[in-house]
Structure formats: C-alpha cells, structure tokens
Design a protein around this ligand. Structure first.
Ligand code: ATP
Ligand code: MG
Length: 140
C-alpha cells in the first residue's frame, strides 16, 4: 500500500443542506485524513476549466451551472490508496447505483447533484490538488 493524496469536493447540493460535517465524518471514518480544506464560490471559468475533460458531454453546461450554484468545500485527503479508497467511500456517480453506506447513497439528490467529487486517478489527483492548493497549505 502506498500513501496517496486525492482531491475531494463537497458540491453545492451538500453545502446548501449543511452536510459538510456528516460527509467529513464518513471520509475520516474510512481512515482518510483531511490535510487541507477551504470553502469557496467557484467562478464559471474555474468550473469550466476544472471539468474541461467533460466539455463535449451533453451535460457539461448544466454541470458547470450546478457547480457554481453555491459554495463548495475543496479538500485534500491523504491515506493508503487514497484515490481508490475515496472513490469507494463516495459510491457510484448515480446514487441509484451507489452501495449502502456510501456518501452518494446517503446524501446525493441526483446523478448531477451527487454531493461529492473525487479524483479518479493519481495523475488527475496531482493536477486537481495543484489547481486549488499551494504546497504550503497541505499539512499532515
Ligand atoms: P466526479 O468527477 O464529480 O467525481 P464521477 O467521476 O463519478 O464524478 P464523471 O463521469 O466524472 O463522474 O462526471 C462528473 C460529474 O458530472 C458527475 O459527478 C455528475 O455531477 C455529472 N454527471 C455525470 N454524468 C451525468 C449525467 N448523465 N447527467 C448529468 N450530470 C452528470
Ligand atoms: Mg470524474
């Protein structure tokens, strides 16, 4: 096992419903350490850049509108196999398919308003972390 870092975002549907603490408890109970965290309002340009890989998908404009519809909490999680472990804690993209006990099963409202984002590879994690955080903000 190797210690990894991954980027997590608590999305506007969850911050609006005051679920940051309950979601953080699930992350921490899984053994992931939140080594950086900040709450911010994304601009349209930030959201478009962040989700650039999806720009040809039919849901891209709706996704950007959703991601700027309220505050997000961006965070860096650290732990053994953090990228995969966080994806397991999140559950499937569509909450209807998500496993019992996962964040999306418990909290997501729809396939779009699905409460959390998590990096899907170590390479993307490194790029996404540096999109939001400077190295001095990451404190184990
Ligand atoms: P994320 O990247 O947010 O961690 P994911 O990796 O599970 O989620 P992706 O396929 O990368 O899923 O899609 C990115 C986001 O786009 C989803 O989390 C969801 O908010 C939105 N999305 C994905 N598929 C759809 C869809 N069919 N309709 C509407 N929104 C969608
Ligand atoms: Mg994704």
């Amino acid at each position: 096992m190797s210690v990894e870092r991954t980027l997590s975002i608590i999305k506007p549907d969850a911050t609006k419903r005051n679920l940051t603490g309950l979601i953080n408890a699930k992350i921490e109970n899984a053994g992931l350490k939140i080594i950086a965290q900040k709450r911010l309002q994304l601009t349209r340009s930030m959201a478009e850049t962040f989700y650039e890989i999806h720009k040809e998908r039919p849901f891209f404009n709706d996704l950007v509108d959703f991601m700027i519809s309220g505050a997000v909490v961006v965070q860096v999680l650290e732990g053994d196999n953090a990228v995969k472990l966080n994806r397991d804690v999140m559950g499937s993209t569509n909450p209807d398919d998500a496993e019992e006990g996962t964040i999306r099963k418990e909290f997501a409202e729809s396939i779009e308003a699905n409460s959390v984002h998590g990096s899907d590879s170590l390479e993307n994690a490194q790029n996404e972390i540096s999109f939001f955080f400077a190295n001095i903000e990451l404190v184990n």
